[in-house]
Design a binder for this molecule. Structure first.
Ligand code: FAD
Length: 576
């Protein structure tokens, strides 16, 4: 039997730890309780104790390397021994909780609850708080860190990097504002440190909220046993959770693309892109979707020579075509090279530690030599190992993600699924809202998940905010529409800020003036879209907007002007 060894937890619950010692090599015999290797993080060290006897058949790490909790460390061919206790500790430092956990006999206990939630991302932890507020006894099981992908590897860390990129870019043009920033330089270690500080602060905040709301949080990997039972396993303990209802909120993970050469050391994913202390000279981003384009702008601002290879005809192809065209132009002007309608076929090793991205564009094979390739072509729902098959939980027709109805209930009554694992819209706020819908239904209220007014915020430079229908989709749905457009360059606040690129578009039904959708590219677009999300959600009209007073001078005035513009009555622009 092959047993893959991971750290499961890291010293002081750090996001990553350094391998300080390796005690066993490939071919070595090990007994349960042997120390295999040692990790260090936040000045605390921790041995990895074997819970198996057999032979080491693979070693995936070397001393000095940094690892995360579930990175594979080594493989043992042999048999598992669950009551492993360490034979010796080769560390003088204070042992961490993980160390003690290794010494204890596996403990088995049972916890009764009303609701058990698997996964503490923005879907799971928000559902847990909501349910607890409504009087439920909630158990939340998380195998890694509360906050999930969003807080630890997604929304928040990327936005910290976006902010560093903005500050760096602004300082480069400081003289335009009458300020002089001499000896300007970028320190990636500080950029990453700040990001980690923000993540840690928010993680502690969520832990505090869960505790204050009386949610029982279990650290472990959960597996469905039956409709009312979940098993949470840790190396040293097993907890059986009984529950009247279950929510699966296990999220998504990075897909390994079937591209030859994708395993080369120069090829990284978004998790690694968030930890780069040394920047490459050249980077190719494969995939011009939201995550790919955010990273393309971040690294370009940091001075990396970035190229994007995108399969579709346009980058950010889910956006309004006018927005796509504008951000494409801005990216090109910034120096980002974009290859559209281009399919990556292979990545080849090359001289001087470089690699070559081979892609086909319009039937022509092209080659891009680069130092690093950032793969940004998708994520897949986390369903393996959950045991959903034995309960008969159905998947979506494309076999990706768990199938749910409008109440977020799966094909098995009493079991709900929310967030990325449903593969509907891979956004944190969608996961949270689905969680609230699931909880309200669980608590006896009948409530449907409605996707009509889901905003998206894209943190390119400038930002993009979209909601509802665009011109094309509105017409396809048979609406007679009017479109109000207003350029950011005609807005006083935007000019004062030195950010004049972009525009707003409001799409409304011609006859009633009901707002169907909107798209903004420009400063503060990610915040401004909230106003129009409310409008689409509550079916407000152009008149509702233009009869509202907007503070001056603010970027929000573009919303007021675009609503007037849809009726040909813009005050500060001619020709909208
Ligand atoms: P997740 O956040 O993935 O959480 C699932 C949790 O379940 C994880 O913590 C996992 O450890 C745990 N888990 C899985 N299996 C088990 C098990 N068997 N037992 C116990 N625990 C388990 N979205 C936005 O809205 N805005 C953004 O700006 C944005 N930026 C992003 C940037 C990047 C680089 C990435 C990768 C994603 C970004 N996203 C963004 C997407 C967003 O992160 C996800 O949509 C969101 O995290 C989904 O939430 P979730 O709760 O469904 O799953």
């Amino acid at each position: 039997m092959k047993i893959d060894i991971t750290a499961k937890t890291l010293p002081k619950n750090a996001a990553e730890a350094k391998i300080t010692k390796i005690h066993k090599q490939i071919g070595d015999e090990v007994q349960s309780g042997d120390s295999l290797l040692e990790l260090e993080a936040n000045k605390a060290s921790m041995p990895i104790i074997s819970q198996a006897r057999g032979t080491i058949t693979a070693l995936y790490v070397e001393a000095g390397q940094k690892v995360k909790a579930d990175d594979p460390l080594c493989t043992i061919e042999g048999e598992e021994v669950l009551d492993a206790s360490p034979k010796q500790s080769s560390t003088d430092d204070k042992p961490s909780l993980g160390y003690f956990a290794g010494m204890m006999k596996p403990q088995k206990k049972t916890v009764a609850s009303d609701l058990c939630i698997i996964g503490a991302g923005p879907g799971g932890y928000v559902a847990a708080i909501k349910a607890a507020q409504l009087g439920c006894r909630v158990v939340l099981i998380e195998k890694e860190h509360v906050g999930g992908t969003c807080l630890n590897w997604g929304c928040i860390p990327t936005k910290c990097m976006v902010r560093s990129a903005e500050v760096y870019t602004t300082l480069q043009s400081a003289e335009d504002y009458g300020c002089f920033a001499d000896y300007l330089r970028l320190d990636m270690r500080r950029v990453l440190q700040r990001k980690d500080e923000v993540v840690t602060q928010l993680r502690q905040g969520i832990e505090h909220l869960l505790s204050e709301n009386g949610v029982t949080v279990l650290s472990g990997t959960a597996e469905l046993v039956d409709r009312n039972t979940v098993l949470s396993k840790q190396s040293s303990s097993e907890t059986t959770v009984t529950a009247k209802k279950l929510i699966i909120a296990t999220g998504s993970r990075i897909t390994n693309p079937p591209i030859p050469g994708a395993q080369l050391k120069q090829v990284i994913n978004s998790d690694i892109a968030l930890q780069l202390e040394a920047l490459p000279v050249k980077m190719v981003v494969v995939g011009g979707g939201v995550v790919g384009m955010e990273f393309a702008f971040i690294f370009s601002s940091f001075g990396v020579n970035v190229s994007v290879v995108e399969y579709a005809d346009q980058i950010l192809s889910n956006c309004d075509p006018d927005i796509c065209a504008e951000i494409y132009q801005i990216a090109i002007e910034k120096g980002i090279k974009i290859y559209r309608h281009a399919m990556v076929e292979a990545i080849l090793p090359a001289q001087d530690d470089q690699c070559v991205v081979v892609f086909k564009q319009d039937d022509e094979v092209k080659y891009l030599a680069t130092d690093m390739v950032l793969m940004s072509i998708g994520r897949e729902p986390v369903i393996a190992g959950l045991g959903f098959e034995k309960l008969g939980i159905e998947l979506n027709d494309n076999k990706k993600g768990i199938k749910v109805n409008e109440h977020m209930e799966t094909s098995v009554p009493g079991i709900y699924a929310i967030g990325d694992v449903t593969n509907r819209m891979l956004l944190a706020h969608v996961a949270s809202h689905q969680g609230i819908v699931a909880v309200r239904n669980i608590m006896g209220e009948s409530c449907d998940m409605d996707y009509t007014a889901v905003p998206s915020a894209i943190f390119t430079e400038p930002e993009i905010g979209i909601v509802g229908l665009n011109e094309e989709t509105a017409r396809k749905k048979g609406y007679d529409i009017t479109v109000g457009k207003f350029p950011v360059g005609a807005n006083g606040k935007a000019l004062a800020m030195g950010e004049s690129r972009g525009f707003i578009k409001i799409i409304a039904e011609e006859k009633s003036g009901t707002i169907l959708g909107a798209a903004i590219i420009g400063p503060h677009a990610s915040d401004l879209i909230a106003d129009l999300t409310l409008a689409v959600n509550r079916k407000l009209t152009l008149r509702d907007i233009y009869e509202t007073i907007y503070a001056h001078p603010t970027t929000a005035e573009i919303i007021h002007e675009a609503a007037l513009g849809a009726e040909g009555r813009s005050l500060h622009f001619v020709g909208s």
